[in-house]
Structure formats: structure tokens, C-alpha cells
Design a protein around this ligand. Structure first.
Ligand SMILES: [Zn+2]
Length: 134
């Protein structure tokens, strides 16, 4: 499904600011290669924000090692994520997008490690910007 631009972000400015892979993932729904991301094995305390618009999406307390090669979280901030049915590649998956700017983030699956949520948010590292707790 086409990615919208509800915040009227300047696509050209985004392209300049972000790396080419980050731009392609966020704004065109691509996927970064597994094990390539800065935040795949990153466990500092802080918050993960949308790399396109800066909205807060995940807290480090929900991050876990999934072994799948992408940063994984068992929950997202309330209202931060938009969920879309994704039928691409012959699979039925749930795509996750930033609720603020509609940028693609990754997918969410129902095989998470915690009984509380049961969710595994599999998120492209390039879509995230980590801000440590000071
Ligand atoms: Zn965003």
C-alpha cells in the first residue's frame, strides 16, 4: 500500500538527511539486510524514535534479542504505530508504520516471547533513532 505523507514532510530534504537505505525503507517500504543494523544488538537504556519524523515509538525496556537479525520489541508506545494488512510475497503479515508520518517501520508477528503482549515487532534498524536516557 502506498506510503502517505500526512505531516507534509519534505521528501527531498528527507532524502538528503537520511542514508539511501533508510530513505528507501521508510518511504518505499523496503527491508534492510538482516544483521546490518546499528540497533540489532543494542541494549542501552533509552527511547527509539522514528528516523523520519522523530515521533517516539519504542522504549528500550521492551527490546529483546529475537535472533532474526532486526531490532525486536514486544510492545510499542500506545498509539505510536499504525497496523496494515500486508499480502506481499505470498504471506499475510501485519505491516507497522509510524502513526505520525506513515513511514514504513517493519512488521509485527504473534510469536513474541512475553505472555503480556505475545508480540514481536520486527523493525528495521534504519527506521529508528535512539535517544539515550540522560
Ligand atoms: Zn514518523
Amino acid at each position: 500500500m502506498a506510503i502517505n505523507n500526512p505531516l507534509k514532510l519534505d521528501e527531498e530534504a528527507l532524502k538528503q538527511r537520511l542514508t539511501p537505505i533508510a530513505y528507501t525503507v521508510l518511504r518505499h517500504g523496503a527491508t534492510e539486510p538482516p544483521y546490518s543494523g546499528t540497533y540489532n544488538e543494542h541494549y542501552e537504556q533509552g527511547d527509539y524514535h522514528c528516523a523520519a519524523c522523530g515521533a517516539k515509538l519504542f522504549e528500550s525496556s521492551s527490546k529483546f534479542e529475537s535472533g532474526c537479525g532486526w531490532p525486536a520489541f514486544d510492545s510499542a508506545l500506545e498509539g505510536a504505530i499504525t497496523y496494515l494488512r500486508d499480502h506481499s510475497y505470498g504471506m499475510i503479515r501485519t505491516e507497522t508504520r509510524c502513526s505520525c508520518c506513515d513511514s514504513h517501520l517493519g512488521h509485527v508477528f504473534d510469536d513474541g516471547p512475553t505472555a503480556t503482549t505475545g508480540k514481536r515487532y520486527c523493525i528495521n534498524s534504519v527506521c529508528l533513532e535512539f535517544r539515550p536516557i540522560r
